[in-house]
Design a protein around this ligand. Structure first.
Ligand SMILES: Cc1cc2nc3c(=O)[nH]c(=O)nc-3n(C[C@H](O)[C@H](O)[C@H](O)COP(=O)(O)OP(=O)(O)OC[C@H]3O[C@@H](n4cnc5c(N)ncnc54)[C@H](O)[C@@H]3O)c2cc1C
Length: 394
């Protein structure tokens, strides 16, 4: 039987980062990974360039049944700490938009640095290993882990096996099943940061517009996001839709406002005064893709000069472009989702260390926990922050 101080299950962002910092504290660390390769989601993230954090990280950008839970970890290991780590490894990066930081070259630069750091700190990584059983030792003396290769004894067990999104990457419900076996409750899971699908009626309306992208405010109840929207042959995608999907519940109406900065009636009234001979079509084309304008606006209205538009016309245009309503039939689900909402119930964990309150020595970190960030680097920051606080005590 092999004996280590800290056994980490899962070599993704959270598991690797926890391994590095626990090993730096002098703990004997072993990370077990089911796949043949560590950090596969790091490699595929951010279109291959990994949006590793965000300049504007703050607790309000995270969803959880326990919204205060993430505050401590995010405050103790901040985006600035991770940026320092990135810089200390000479990884070139840039801000794309909205505070999102991406690697200049490939995400593999970041993964290579994590793996090199782990090795330098003395942490071990074992790939292609399945965990078959975990048994707690009496008197809180640690755990015995049966793997496909051997038995491992550890005093701290850190579960970093992520969520359920992109099943083709070999995701597992390991964290949730293990939590339940230790009487840790689970907040029901669902796909987040995922495109919406539409019912037959709305799909018929959207299908001819497939491929069109434009900026709009998407809202659902009191939540709204203004960003790019992409219409697809299956539904609605793009950053604004992905963001809203994390807040959307079945049956909720989604409202698109293509003129979010100022009410359309007042914009049209100004345009009417300043450019009375301009047609409705030309006015709309200044703000929206031509194909979208042509498909959705009645021909009679398109050809009208602004000077000739009536109150009824303005109302019709406002309904068309500022309160375009869709009722998604659902989402694309885990197949394409970037994250899993819900997971290990934070009420059972210490917010300072991620340790399970009723089982000393057992920790859950990263996406497996019921803390989910917005699109834009927030989820990786949660992985780094939750991993770092666990590494301080495990
Ligand atoms: C397409 C895509 C793009 C994304 N882009 C971004 C982005 O740009 N910015 C951002 O902030 N977030 C992004 N995310 C989300 C981000 O990837 C996750 O939030 C993050 O990877 C979570 O880290 P984690 O370590 O908790 O889990 P993971 O990265 O999922 O790692 C879990 C690890 O555990 C292993 N594992 C699972 N089960 C077992 C088991 N039973 N035994 C052993 N090992 C196991 C897995 O193989 C995996 O290596 C993206 C997600 C996707 C799917």
């Amino acid at each position: 039987m092999q004996t280590v101080d800290v056994l980490i299950i899962g070599a993704g962002a959270a598991g690797l980062f926890c391994g590095i910092h626990a090993a730096k504290r002098g703990r004997k660390v072993l990370i077990l990974e089911k796949s043949k390769k560590a950090g596969r989601k790091i490699l595929m993230s951010g279109g291959g360039r990994c949006n590793f954090t965000n300049l504007h990280v703050s607790p309000e950008k995270y969803l959880s049944q326990n919204p205060h839970f993430c505050k401590s970890a995010l405050a103790r290991y901040t985006q600035w700490d991770f940026i320092d780590w990135v810089e200390s490894h000479s990884i070139a990066y840039h801000e794309k938009t909205l505070g999102q930081l991406f690697c200049d070259t490939k995400a593999s630069a970041l993964l290579d640095a994590l793996l090199a750091d782990l090795k330098q700190a003395g942490g071990l990584l074992q790939l292609s290993t399945d965990v078959e059983n975990i048994t707690p030792l009496p008197n809180q003396a640690g755990f015995i882990c049966d793997t496909t290769h051997k038995k491992i004894r550890c005093s701290s067990l850190v579960v970093a096996t992520g969520g359920l999104s992109i099943p083709s990457m070999g995701t597992t419900p390991f964290a949730y099943q293990l939590a339940e076996s230790f009487n840790v409750p689970i907040v029901p899971m669902r796909a987040g940061l995922v495109p919406f699908t539409l019912d037959a009626n709305d799909k018929k309306q959207i299908e001819p517009l497939s491929g069109i992208s434009f900026k709009a405010q998407l809202s659902c109840k009191e939540v709204s996001f203004t960003n790019d929207v992409l219409l697809t042959h299956r539904g609605v995608s793009g950053p604004a839709a992905l963001q809203l999907s994390s807040y959307w519940k079945g049956g909720d109406v989604v409202c698109l406002n293509c003129f979010p900065n100022e009410p359309l009636p007042s914009l049209l009234s100004d345009a009417k005064k300043n450019h009375p001979t301009q047609t409705v079509k030309n006015y709309l084309n200044q703000h929206l893709p031509n194909r979208l304008v042509l498909e959705r606006t009645p021909d009679g209205l398109l050809a009208k000069r602004l000077a000739d538009t009536s109150k009824k016309d303005i109302l019709e245009l406002t309904t068309l472009w500022s309160s375009w309503q869709l009722i998604p039939s659902g989402t694309e689900g885990y197949r394409t989702a970037e994250v899993t909402l819900g997971g290990v119930d934070t009420h059972a964990l210490s917010s300072k260390s991620m340790e399970v309150s009723n089982t000393p020595g057992l920790f859950f970190i990263g996406e497996a926990v019921d803390v989910t960030g917005w699109l834009g680097g927030y989820n990786f920051q949660w992985a780094w922050s939750s991993a770092w606080v666990a590494a301080e005590v495990c």
